[in-house]
Design a binder for this molecule. Structure first.
Ligand SMILES: [Cu+2]
Length: 273
């Protein structure tokens, strides 16, 4: 059974195996298919029309399935690898081990945002940006510049305490747990982290930065924590909602999986704590 661990607790060997598996998916071309899929959904999910991956109740199950696909691809390269998660409310500075050269590398240089160290730096030759928003082919970051601070533990707690999963109109204007976690309203958790990292993470092609997976693995863990906190509050809506994925409707692009199939993560993986 896959156990997803806090990135801060990984051994040197676990970090190396994760990085090597990611690089192999990149080399084989499979990695960029994930970037494309994500970008396509970002571009097509709209508040007033069909919405599946983002700004809708299925934000959480959609990304859970997307991460499962990616994790299975990693495991086809190295069966010992699991997705680590980044608790950005705890590891909230540029000195965190996450950004060290033996893991994801650090922030970009000030002139052009180019990441200069670590396995995903353009200079290492293994991380060309192919699915891109402009002509630049190097990974970019600007940690902590567009927004000063990552969410705090108290801010996370304030969102976990929300008792309703989601609310009409089931989009970026909604109140409730999902939209406050996604970040379109309230203290802003998930969206703010994308902005804090900057560079590719602040675009629809955000999976170009491998930290995407660690960020979303933590967002996914917060969903699991919310479920334990509110055992009587389930996924909504449960039927008949235009443009929105109801509990028992299938989700694109897979068309064979429903939110109902993804509510219980223990069918697929557990967390270290
Ligand atoms: Cu996304």
């Amino acid at each position: 059974m896959t156990v997803r661990k806090n990135q801060a607790t990984l051994t040197t060997d676990e970090k190396k195996r994760f990085v090597d598996a990611v690089l192999e998916l990149k080399r084989s071309g499979r990695y960029d298919e994930f970037v494309s899929t994500h970008n396509e959904f970002i571009m097509s999910d709209t508040d007033t029309g069909e919405r599946t991956g983002h700004r809708s109740p299925s934000f959480l199950p959609w990304h859970r399935r997307f991460l499962l696909d990616f994790e299975q691809a990693l495991q086809s390269v190295d069966s010992s690898v699991a997705l680590p998660y980044w608790d950005w409310s705890a590891d909230r500075t540029l000195r965190a081990g996450l950004w060290a050269p033996d893991f994801l590398g650090g922030t970009g240089r000030s002139t052009d945002g180019r990441v200069m160290d670590g396995p995903f730096a353009a200079s290492a030759g293994n991380w060309p940006i192919s699915i891109r928003v402009d002509g630049r082919t190097f990974l970019r970051r600007s940690l902590g510049t567009a927004v000063r601070a990552l969410p705090t533990a108290a801010e996370v707690e304030s969102v976990l305490s929300m008792a309703t999963y989601d609310m009409a109109p089931y989009n970026s204007a909604s109140d409730g747990f999902r939209n406050n976690l996604e970040g379109w309203r309230g203290v802003n958790l998930h969206n703010r982290v994308h902005v804090w990292v900057g560079g590719h993470m602040a675009t629809g092609a955000s999976p170009n930065d491998p930290v995407f997976w660690l960020h979303h693995a933590y967002v996914d863990k917060l969903w699991a924590q919310w479920q334990r906190r509110h055992p009587d509050a389930g996924y909504v809506p449960t039927g008949g909602t235009p443009d929105v994925v109801d509990l028992n409707e299938t989700m694109k692009p897979w068309n064979d999986v429903r939110p109902a199939d993804l509510l219980d993560h223990t069918k697929f993986y557990t967390f270290d704590s």
